[in-house]
Ligand binder design. Structure first.
Ligand code: TGC
Ligand code: FAD
Length: 390
């Protein structure tokens, strides 16, 4: 077996596929997380808060919008970007979420659909983590069907009027700007909205039992006058929003493998030390079966995302391939986390072990960015040619 950067058993010798630069990025991010974020994460989860002090540090490391180029952005290759996501989520899905939203859902739409002025003003600030943004697509009624959104923007000549509300918005309360998707007479468009404007109320959603180390907010827009310059001029209908989701879903697919590996390693170590019936837990056949199945499934996901990263690097990755990755990897990670929680016995429900935190987080990851069902339906449509959403 090859040298492991991870204590996870690398049967497919995935680590040997990475270039020295990619391994260096992974190792630097892992060390940064162990030093700066791991010590804060249990308390952040208990208090349902996000450790905002880490954001400029992550910016300084080039982790925000790391896959984007120009405007002083890091321009990492796709595998390196994936490895960053994986290391962040090895710590906590909430940490990866904050970076996913900033990079894939705020910086990407600016980069792709923004005016030159919007890009030069915002991209460097967002990259440094000096300014934080959020992505406001979902509404309270039916997040899976964003085309049914009720939020509107009306052209009033010298300004726009924004009315409606958005729900479940990651980073909302810590954001200076929001990428808001709203209906106009020309269909759905994206707007870059400063959240300090009069008529905007940002309300933190409290008492989540999942993704607690992440800020989730409701954004309420009560006839908000927004400047004409807020429009992201190159957005064209819902498909522009969905293009952003492709970027984020891809990062999630890498990220959750980090969460799964973290649970696996914690459970494996536990089985080696736990004595039951005068033997280590790791020596029982039933336990080895669980470990073997998990190692196999994690390895399958690692191979899948590596292959899809090659296709993405060639700029040929299709949305259905991203759905395949999100569906397979998240379902795998959730199953692994559940099995690891079982192996840990009663200890597994305590927060000094990370597995239950990952398990609870992964319930959110299973739902956001397109539920598991939505991705299966996208795959079903791709396979049969028949949409079964409605
Ligand atoms: P439909 O008619 O299928 O498509 C409308 C137009 O968009 C095109 N399209 C895509 N383009 C790029 N990428 C994709 N993934 C695309 N999917 C579709 C499509 O070709 C069409 O183009 P055109 O030219 O014909 O106009 O649209 P639909 O309304 O029937 O919906 C399809 C469906 C259900 C798959 C879509 O709405 C969907 O994906 N729903 C799930 C919504 C979702 O994922 N929301 C996520 C919100 S953000 C979030 O959760 C952030 S969590 C952040 C964190 O903390 O990490
Ligand atoms: P619904 O759409 O109501 O779905 C309910 C159930 O119905 C699910 O099981 C679903 O799979 C199933 N279902 C839906 N449609 C079909 C169908 N056609 N056929 C069969 N079954 C179906 N959104 C943002 O815009 N920005 C964010 O930053 C953001 N962050 C989030 C953070 C957290 C912590 C959470 C929990 C959510 C976040 N979301 C965000 C919202 C997220 O994208 C939505 O929750 C998700 O899209 C699902 O929408 P919903 O919750 O309204 O569920």
């Amino acid at each position: 077996m090859s040298r492991f950067i991870s204590p996870f058993p690398d049967f497919a010798e995935i680590d040997s596929l990475f270039t020295p630069e990619q391994m260096q990025i992974q190792s630097a991010v892992r060390q940064f997380i162990q030093r700066e974020i791991e010590p804060l994460i249990i308390n952040a989860y208990r208090t349902e808060d996000f450790p905002v002090s880490i954001l400029p540090k992550m910016g300084a490391m080039g982790l925000m919008g790391s896959f984007l180029t120009g405007y002083g952005l890091p321009g990492m290759d796709i595998v390196s970007y994936g490895l960053v996501m994986k290391e962040l989520e090895r710590c906590d899905s909430g940490v990866r979420s904050a970076v996913s939203v900033q990079g894939a859902l705020v910086m990407f739409p600016l980069h792709e659909f923004g005016s030159e002025e919007q890009k030069t003003h915002w991209l460097p600030r967002l990259a440094k983590g000096e300014s934080i943004g959020c992505f406001a697509l979902s509404e309270s009624e039916g997040g899976s069907d964003p085309s049914a959104m009720k939020t509107t923007v009306v052209d009033k000549g010298d300004h726009y009027l924004l009315t409606g509300s958005k729900m479940w918005i990651t980073n909302g309360n810590i954001s200076e700007i929001a990428v808001v998707w709203a209906k106009t007479v020309n269909g759905i468009r994206g707007f870059l909205v400063p959240l300090k404007l009069p008529g905007i109320n940002v309300v933190k959603m409290q008492n989540k039992l999942s993704l607690r180390a992440s800020i989730t907010s409701e954004l309420i827009f009560d006839q908000v006058r927004i400047p004409k310059s807020s429009l992201l001029p190159k957005t064209e209908g819902l498909k522009s929003a969905l293009q952003c989701l492709n970027q984020a879903r891809f990062g999630i697919s890498w990220g959750v493998i980090g969460a799964a590996e973290a649970c696996f390693v914690e459970a494996l170590n536990f089985t080696k030390n736990r004595i039951l019936f005068n033997k280590t837990l790791s020596s029982f056949q039933l336990v080895q079966r669980k470990l073997a199945i998990m190692a196999t499934k994690i390895t399958q996901s690692q191979l899948l995302i590596y292959r899809l990263s090659q296709i993405k690097e060639q700029k040929k990755l299709q949305p259905a391939q991203v759905s395949l990755a999100k569906q397979v990897c998240v379902e795998m990670a959730l199953e692994v986390a559940r099995t690891c929680r079982d192996i840990l016995g009663a200890n597994g429900i305590m927060d000094e072990y990370k597995t239950m935190r990952h398990l609870c987080n992964l319930e959110t990851v299973y739902t956001y960015e397109g539920t598991n069902d939505i991705h299966l339906l996208i795959l079903g449509q791709e396979i049969t040619g028949t949409p079964a959403f409605f």
